[in-house]
Write a protein that binds this ligand. Sequence first.
Ligand code: XIL
Length: 403
Amino acid sequence: MNRRRFLQVSAAAAACSLQGFAEKKHKAAAPSLTDVTGERSLRAHAEARGLLVGCAVVPEHLDGETDYAATVAAQSNILVPENAMKWQALRPAADRFDFRAADEILMFAEGHGQKLRGHNLCWHEALPSWFESTVNADNARRFLTEHIQTVAGRYAGKLHSWDVVNEAIDIHSGRADGLRKSPWLEFLGPGYLEIAFQAAKQADPNALLTYNDYGIETDAPDQTEKRAQVLMLVRRLVARRVPIDAVGVQSHLAAGDKPGAGLRDFVRELGRMGLQVFVTEMDVNEQKLEGSVAERDAGVAELYKDYLTMMLAEPNVTAVLTWGITDRYTWLNSDQKHLRPDGKPQRPLPFDSDYQPAPAYFAMRDALDSRAGKEGAPVKSSPDADPYAPFTPKGAAPKLMRQ
Ligand code: XIL
């Protein structure tokens, strides 16, 4: 593989000296011939096309590892906390919040001119241990709205968007509306989504309010069915004038997946409804790929290229985030069910575990470059392209469906 590069750690690290982020332990990246910082970065390529690009981050690494901080700073104009804004992280006790880790990420993002997404306000997972014995049908509404007032309120005006509700659809729930059997559904009924979105709107009127889900990317029958359920859910919300601005397609893909017309049509339909689409958590699980590292990397890169090229051809797709930036810390190597059978670590992200850009990096950059209307445009920071401008749907007014 010859597309390796020397990460200009010193320059980027100097830029991230904010509040001691660059201080601690550090092993220098191995020198290589390919520089992917500055104008060659994902960030510059995205900004030249008015796009947001970034990754999920972990505060301990931002604070503790210069290569990590430098890579995140150089490559991203938007971040999302991988775990630090989940209930479990924010609420050590029912009556106590701990915002330190979340604040640290916000400070890093602000220090590097990066947007920040909030993830997430309402989910059936990552609930604190006290939740089960404390929250019930009588107090769930108060807990949910107070949580959203407190958390979204704290960061009001500072976030690009919030994943207000995460993963509410489960096609195996046996319900006609496809809603997942979660504590929120059990305690509050299907109205819990509306409660959450309204509370988020009240707490932070400027953030783009997002519904986020997974398993809706391919044309496999179960994914097609789930995607249809998500679309119906979004239509119901829009019809009820629930303040929703965007849908997050998580995009935890597996090597061999094929981007298909189903997702493209879904994105277009959301566009006609006036909604943006974000690729919120992309990675490529290569658990089933055999062969050399180079062959595995090629399989991963191919899917990055095909998937993102398809998505970015749609004008309402405005942000692409990967779930982590380096293979060193991918969740796919910590969760038992994602481990490779041969015990080798997975390589699902744009940078390998030594912070060298993988073929997936270049595939991602090529896909950013393919953004319609700007093909062949020189990569430069363009003052006229405002990646943060609100999306204006072309033509059609939002279509409201009756319930
Ligand atoms: C994952 C994190 O990456 C892990 O570190 C954590 O242990 C579990 O959650 N969909 C989501 C994310 O919306 O919040 C999940 O993140 C991955 C799947």
